[in-house]
Design a protein around this ligand. Structure first.
Ligand SMILES: Cc1cc2nc3c(=O)[nH]c(=O)nc-3n(C[C@H](O)[C@H](O)[C@H](O)COP(=O)(O)OP(=O)(O)OC[C@H]3O[C@@H](n4cnc5c(N)ncnc54)[C@H](O)[C@@H]3O)c2cc1C
Ligand SMILES: NC(=O)c1ccc[n+]([C@@H]2O[C@H](COP(=O)([O-])OP(=O)(O)OC[C@H]3O[C@@H](n4cnc5c(N)ncnc54)[C@H](OP(=O)(O)O)[C@@H]3O)[C@@H](O)[C@H]2O)c1
Length: 246
């Protein structure tokens, strides 16, 4: 476990009815280096008990090797310690952070097509990847990136305006929201789970790479289906938001 660094909550806003964006600043005067796609552990005291939870870095930072702030998208889980703590936290609250961790990282060279697939707050690491993706997509117009985001309703589409604006600026980036409990509207929405939307693109292991993040059953189901098409750990990167045991 890497050493803990102190963070202070500086801003809090609602991203969706069940989800907050929390922005923290490092208060030890040092910068922090991470790669978009990484997650960290947040450490806090909950009713006298030390608690640690993992969160993906959501910040859209042009210089992630010298970050002074970190932003997270945190969804509310009924009866959860972190949920209770972070939803009640006010600016000025101080916590600890350790990391960064994880392997949900973009390769040095993007393949012909990259599928970024998420449910819920699992989309946070893809937002962090946008500055790097912008460079890649401008330099290589023939490469494509497709973001498939699964949520229950249109109101739960996290960062939808940002992803739509990014798609408008980059013709080789597509954003599709897969609504499981509301009828879709327009060409940027689909009904059902991300699996059905992915099938539209007929992914092939020879030219595609797939990223999966969020709901653990979603990650397992999509990975198992991709394995049957010849995909493996080389061209599928996974991050499951498994819940802590304590
Ligand atoms: C690598 C990684 C990255 C993560 N990144 C994020 C992130 O960016 N944003 C984010 O919001 N979360 C993220 N998580 C999940 C996060 O770490 C916590 O597990 C989550 O915030 C719930 O913590 P809690 O203390 O509120 O609930 P807990 O006290 O852990 O759980 C309370 C109860 O609810 C159950 N439970 C917990 N979560 C869920 C759920 N989602 N659905 C149904 N039942 C549940 C538990 O089994 C338990 O019974 C990530 C997890 C991992 C492993
Ligand atoms: N009760 C509610 O209405 C409600 C609303 C928001 C959040 N929450 C709670 O908040 C927490 C986090 O919620 P969340 O919305 O961020 O994440 P989530 O529960 O993972 O749901 C996000 C999306 O993933 C879909 N999904 C579920 N299982 C899947 C699978 N096996 N394959 C593909 N897609 C799948 C869901 O569809 P489905 O519609 O099929 O589930 C939903 O569209 C959870 O504890 C959740 O129970 C509850």
């Amino acid at each position: 476990m890497s050493q803990q660094r102190p963070l202070e909550l500086v801003a809090k806003r609602e991203l969706a009815p069940n989800t907050l964006s929390l922005q923290f600043r490092f208060i030890d005067g040092e910068s922090f280096a991470y790669t978009p796609g990484h997650f960290v552990s947040l450490h806090f005291d909950y009713r006298g008990e030390p608690v640690r939870r993992s969160y993906s870095i959501a910040t859209r930072n042009e210089t992630p090797d010298a970050a002074t702030e970190l932003e997270f998208a945190i969804s509310y889980v009924e009866g959860g310690k972190a949920s209770d703590y972070f939803f009640a936290a006010e600016p000025g609250t101080r916590i600890g952070v350790s990391g960064p961790f994880g392997l949900l990282l973009l390769p040095d060279t993007l393949p012909e097509r990259t599928f970024l697939i998420a449910t819920g707050t699992g989309v946070a690491p893809y937002r962090a990847m946008l500055p790097r993706l912008a460079e890649e997509l401008r330099a290589h117009p023939e490469r494509q990136v497709v973001l498939l985001f699964g949520c229950r309703t249109r109101a739960e589409r996290l960062y939808a305006e940002e992803f739509q604006a990014f798609a408008a600026q980059h013709p080789n980036f597509r954003y599709l929201a897969c609504l499981s409990r509301e009828e879709p509207q327009g060409e940027r929405e689909r009904h059902g789970h991300v699996q059905s939307a992915l099938a539209e693109f007929a992914p092939v292991p020879e030219r595609d790479m797939v990223y999966l993040c969020g709901n653990p059953p979603m990650v397992d189901e999509v990975f198992n289906a991709l394995k049957e098409k010849g995909f493996g750990v080389k061209n599928v990167r996974r991050e499951k938001y498994v819940f802590s045991a304590k």
